[in-house]
Design a protein around this ligand. Structure first.
Ligand code: ATR
Length: 279
């Protein structure tokens, strides 16, 4: 029986149990996905306790994605470059850390909009926090012409550039500067928390001047229709909702734990219903 789980704080409202139970059901695997809520000031004791359980793997969420690194035996190059771990595989007593967030994002957007990956495309990332870091790094592995980063604090966006070891050009800019040249982007991604419940009417940037064919993508999934996505739709752009990244980061983690392949597309409609039921 597979023993899986999640550490973080707070985690009562996590969608991960739903996701991993659906995956287990799909491949008829017997297992459990448990929530281990750890108070941030009791992190060390919490992890020591976790080490006594015979887990096959676990997810790590806010605020522990960096702190878990000190407890790992190994970290893969992707998680190391991002400096954050969201998935731990427990193998023969060793803990190995991965980060599936950015790759999950890319799997999701690629499955919805494969044309974005055909070359000659320009990307604008809005935000330069932890989520942006993973997505930026994953996008750098693809064949985009440029990936620019706009952030409220431009120094933070500047820091993000250090994980770019490719030849691809990335400019850092303010939201005001980005707003002046929105028509050059094929994909615009909000990685900030702006627009998340309860700030339903907030959007990090107004979408005036975007091209009709541009895909506007929001990693916020509650609400399903963020103000940014409503604006995009109204301007005739294509939209990509935040729940996809969530399901696909789980798919990659689950496949690492179990070695089984998951058909996430099949689960997506039910997953969407579960998200909408909570909104
Ligand atoms: P996460 O790990 O979820 O990405 P984070 O590391 O705290 O969280 O990053 C949050 C991102 O949202 C940052 O880009 C942050 O901008 P700053 O770097 O300037 O702080 C952005 N953000 C959060 N609240 C914001 C707001 N009200 N307006 C604009 N940007 C905001």
């Amino acid at each position: 029986m597979m023993q899986l789980g999640l550490i973080g704080y707070p985690i009562q409202h996590s969608r991960s149990p739903w996701i991993h139970q659906a995956f287990m059901k799909q491949i008829k695997l017997d297992g459990k996905y448990q929530l281990f809520q750890i108070e941030p000031d009791q992190f060390d004791q919490g992890i020591r306790q976790l080490q006594t359980l015979d887990l096959d793997g676990f997810n790590v969420t806010i605020p522990f994605k960096q702190r878990i690194i000190d407890y790992l035996d190994q970290i893969d190059h992707f998680a190391e470059a991002i400096g954050a771990v969201n998935t731990v595989v427990c193998e023969k007593g060793k803990w190995i850390g991965y980060n599936t967030d950015g790759l999950g994002y890319v799997l999701g957007i690629r499955s919805s909009y494969p044309d974005l990956f055909a070359g000659n495309k320009q990307v604008l990332l809005l935000g330069a926090g932890g989520a942006s870091r993973g997505i930026y790094y994953a996008l750098l592995q693809e064949n985009f012409d440029r990936i620019d980063i706009a952030n409220r604090t431009t120094a933070r966006a500047q820091e993000l550039l250090s994980i770019n070891t490719s030849n691809l050009s990335s400019d850092v800019m303010t939201y005001q500067e980005a707003a002046q040249q929105l028509n050059q982007y094929d994909l615009i991604i909000n990685t900030t928390s702006v627009g998340m419940q309860p700030n339903l009417d907030k959007q990090v940037i107004a979408l005036d001047g975007i091209k009709q064919n541009t895909v506007v993508s929001d990693i916020v999934y509650q609400p399903f229709w963020t103000a940014l996505l409503k604006d995009a739709k109204q301007k005739g752009a294509r939209v990509h909702h935040g729940h996809e990244m969530l399901l696909y980061q789980g798919k990659i983690a689950f496949e690492k734990w179990t070695g089984h392949r998951i058909d996430a597309e099949k689960i997506m409609p039910n997953f969407l219903n579960s998200i909408l039921a909570e909104t």
